[in-house]
Design a protein around this ligand. Sequence first.
Ligand SMILES: Cc1ncc(COP(=O)(O)O)c(C=O)c1O
Length: 387
Amino acid sequence: MNWTLAARAAKMNPSALREILKLTERPGIISLAGGLPSPKTFPVQAFADACARLLRDDGPAALQYAASEGYGPLREAVAAMLPWAVEPAQVLITTGSQQGLDLAAKVLIDAGSRVLVETPTYLGALQAFAPMEPQPVAVASDDEGVVAEDMAAKAAGARFIYLLPNFQNPTGRTMSAARRVAVLDAAARAGLPIIEDNPYGELWFDQPPPPPLTARNPQGAIYLGSFSKILAPGLRLGFLVAPKAVYPKLLQAKQAVDLHTPIFNQRMAYEVMKDGFLDRHVPAIRALYKQQRDAMLAALAREMAGLDVRWNAPAGGMFLWLRMPEGIDTARLLPQAVERGVAFVPGAPFYSGAGDARTMRLSFVTASVDQINHAIAALARTVRQAL
Ligand SMILES: Cc1ncc(COP(=O)(O)O)c(C=O)c1O
């Protein structure tokens, strides 16, 4: 049979990350590479109880086809959760926030459209955008986030800028309050729409991050949220909030993809959440992840002493970003680290253009404190050897 693939299929490449992660799944390896939340945080019993109640009280409806917009009470709960005035009618429940990226790409990108992204950015977004054949444009970014002046200089004709203001994947950085103002002003002047992706915003350690960009620019932004990091990623539950100018098209795009997000999962999440469960649960996740971050920072300070290794101290989320000394290419370092029993993700694939080969991403949430100590010691030995 002669299968002729669509030209767009050539744009669908295996995630560089997935290939790397295969390497790290060998037994005996302590992996700081994955992007998974800690399974210790999954409220299994709450789900078991909710499941029994749901099937007993409303089983057939929970197993029926449902509205594409999402389950009404869940849309209302999402609107109430957000720190600005959101109409439930503006909320679209998505199959993970990853689907929100796919829908936004379908609705907003033509072949050749300029799409602005941070340096570096979330690899899964680059993947979601790629089949629509955009021209990704990397905007300079520093410790405070994307640089507003560079964004403004590149904004002409761009369809949107994709931003991750809180505890960014991969760097863990957070956009400062002042930078948010500058970015909002520059975007408004340029008429540049924003796609704000905020799956980690609730996972702050000492104080909440500044309000979302969308809160101050609801007509100029699509906001993406997720239940993956505060409840469970296996639910595949996310949401988007969009202005009326684009909501109907996002909804139509979703109808074509999956008719609706599994209603059973939506009903389960609502059943678990409806009595203020997240107000008790999320602080426990914050406390656990903060302790893990502290352990990793202490291990880095201890083990990397005397090496020209730089890292940040993320104020929330799951990831920490490292820059290795001159001469180290983290893609080449990885197999050597795996030999010593530790895995990380090289940073270069997270760049839309040429990547910084000296960078790497470490997750501090899935390994235990003991494992973190061992892993960072092994990583430091690997770096010393490579130098
Ligand atoms: C920045 C970012 N956006 C979106 C997603 C997708 O999350 P989900 O589809 O599970 O909501 C992730 C997952 O790791 C992420 O890091």
